[in-house]
Write a protein that binds this ligand. Structure first.
Ligand SMILES: Cc1cc2nc3c(=O)[nH]c(=O)nc-3n(C[C@H](O)[C@H](O)[C@H](O)COP(=O)(O)OP(=O)(O)OC[C@H]3O[C@@H](n4cnc5c(N)ncnc54)[C@H](O)[C@@H]3O)c2cc1C
Length: 509
């Protein structure tokens, strides 16, 4: 039964990229604070942050068409793309700081340069892509982006996608070489290794069951030590709920007013993977297409070169689907258990509004392997079934809440930090743009929860992240400087110049 009653400064729930980033930031800003981590699985980075559970795209809006919607007057709105690009610049600066400070030794263990491309078919889409290119390429953040609708050029850029293409439909692509493939699983593990060296107590196979406010305003966290079958109680002045899809049920347990009227909509995912070296060698890019009509933004199809375990492979997908689980390792009762008296109307309203989406997800779930191959062949006309296998990706729990613009039960596709008024507890909900913007999101947690420390912390934050609080889009010179420095530190300069890339090429030869 219950044994331990222990006090600490900070408790981080979950060992994914978000807790890893927050813990690392806090150890730099307040090294004397005692931090404990509780993770229900046996290792760090095993859920959505794992390299096989997400697409590993360093989302900087270089290729994702859903970040640049077309307005009713036909112009392209690039404001979201600028925002996401700026957020990714924060991540690159923080990661560079970690490399320069020797907290992470080899950046190629988690980040690789890879061109980011958008690829479209059909006259209307080609026109849209051209307008998008014209709008973005004027902005310093997107410098170096190229556009082509010339099939010969496209054969150079994406031979695998062009091989066997017989249709006369107009096609076009944009390409920018400063894109990245990020192994968020490896990064999460590297950060937890670092936190362990900093004496952070990391408790694996410890599932948080409950969170309650203690009399003195701190939080009491009830933890199940899975191996020993014991219950422990730990109190902390600050708790971060970084449980990924598991965050919503934990947030609900806090009972804070900010946790009410919020629901979660789980979306599952599948990828197709190719390890045939001949096929893999013909593709070197992350190529994002346009989402099908009715498809949610997180199921935009893309064909990606991935670097995992020092091996190059290709990933296609994701195929979205419906599953009531909030985590890949979750329970089929997660969704139903998350329905509470305070959110039942919000959830019901979303259920009615999102009938089409639910239908789409169920249809996706029912696809046969051959039907999935047909979708892949829209990208890779010569794709052979024997070269591609299925991997089950992570779960994404989208936030449902009542908004002024969307009304009751509106499905949100972004990430959201929910915190108590006194800043003693915060949770991260939602999954997009996700891990790429972990640094921006965790800075938001610091600003919301530790306003009293921000003045003191600001010089250190600026040392780690020089553009903190400054718009890079409006400061092209600063952007140029930061872009050059981070590219050098993270080994992202030029094409295929990194040592790991050379090793891979040698292995492939
Ligand atoms: C299919 C897919 C594709 C994606 N593609 C990209 C991409 O290309 N680029 C990108 O930037 N992002 C992408 N994302 C999003 C990204 O993976 C997530 O935003 C990110 O990994 C979330 O990190 P996290 O730390 O919040 O959660 P997780 O990595 O899920 O970690 C949460 C941890 O909390 C633990 N936990 C949960 N409940 C409890 C509990 N009660 N007690 C103890 N531990 C608990 C879990 O076991 C888990 O280890 C993708 C996600 C999916 C699913």
């Amino acid at each position: 039964m219950s044994n331990i009653h222990a006090k600490t400064d900070v408790i981080l729930i979950g060992a994914g990229i978000m807790s890893a980033t927050l813990g690392t930031l806090l150890k730099e800003l307040a090294p004397e604070w005692e931090i404990k981590v509780f993770e229900k699985l046996a290792n760090a980075g095993e859920e959505s942050s794992n390299e096989w559970n997400n697409a590993g795209t360093g989302h900087a809006a270089l290729c994702e068409l859903n970040y640049t919607p077309e307005k009713s007057d036909g112009s392209v709105d690039i404001s979201k793309a600028i925002k996401i690009n700026e957020q990714f610049q924060l991540s690159k600066q923080f990661w560079s700081y970690l490399v320069n400070s020797n907290l992470i030794r080899n950046p190629q263990d988690f980040i690789m340069p890879i061109p980011h491309m958008s690829f479209v078919q059909g006259e209307k889409n080609v026109l849209f892509l051209k307008k998008r290119f014209e709008a973005l390429s004027k902005n310093p953040l997107f410098q170096g982006m190229e556009f082509s609708d010339d099939p010969e050029k496209l054969k150079e850029w994406v031979p695998l996608i062009m091989e066997g293409r017989t249709s006369n439909e107009p096609i076009a692509a944009t390409k920018i070489d400063s894109g990245t493939d990020v192994n968020f699983g490896a990064l999460t593990r590297l950060l937890f290794d670092h936190l362990k060296r900093q004496n952070v107590e990391i408790n694996y196979k410890h599932r948080v069951q409950d969170i309650k406010r203690a009399r003195d305003g701190s939080w009491e966290v009830k933890v199940h030590d899975i191996d020993r079958g014991k219950i422990e109680y730990h109190t902390a002045k600050f708790v971060f709920i970084g449980g990924g899809g598991g965050s919503l049920p934990l947030l609900q347990k806090t009972g804070i007013p900010e946790s009410k009227h919020i629901g979660g909509f789980p979306v599952s995912g599948l990828f197709m993977v190719c390890n045939n070296p001949e096929v893999v060698a013909k593709h070197h890019a992350k190529v994002y297409g346009k989402a099908k009509v009715g498809a949610p933004p997180m199921s935009v199809p893309h064909l990606d070169t991935r670097y995992i375990d020092n091996k190059k492979s290709l990933l296609f997908g994701p195929f979205a689907g419906f599953s009531p689980k909030f985590l890949k390792t979750g329970s089929n009762f997660d969704l139903i258990r998350s329905v509470k008296p305070n959110n039942v109307l919000t959830m019901l309203a979303a259920g009615v509004k999102e009938m089409a989406l639910t239908k789409y997800l169920i249809q996706q779930l029912m696809l046969s392997n051959e039907q999935r191959m047909e979708e892949l062949r829209e990208f890779v006309p010569n794709a052979k079934s024997e070269d591609w296998s299925i991997v089950v990706a992570g779960q994404r729990v989208q936030v449902i809440k009542d908004t002024e613009a969307g009304g009751k039960g509106t499905l949100q596709f972004g990430t959201e930090v929910i915190s108590s008024a006194d800043g003693s507890v915060a949770a991260l909900l939602g999954a997009s743009p996700g891990a790429s913007t972990a640094v921006h999101v965790m800075l938001e947690v610091l600003e919301k929860c530790f306003p009293q420390h921000m003045k003191k912390w600001e010089p250190k934050i600026k040392e780690m992240i020089p553009s903190y609080g400054v718009s890079l889009a409006q400061n092209p010179e600063l952007f140029q400087e930061i872009h050059t420095l981070t590219a050098r530190t993270l080994g992202l300069e030029g094409k295929q110049t990194s040592e790991s890339e050379k090793t891979l090429q040698l292995q492939e030869a």
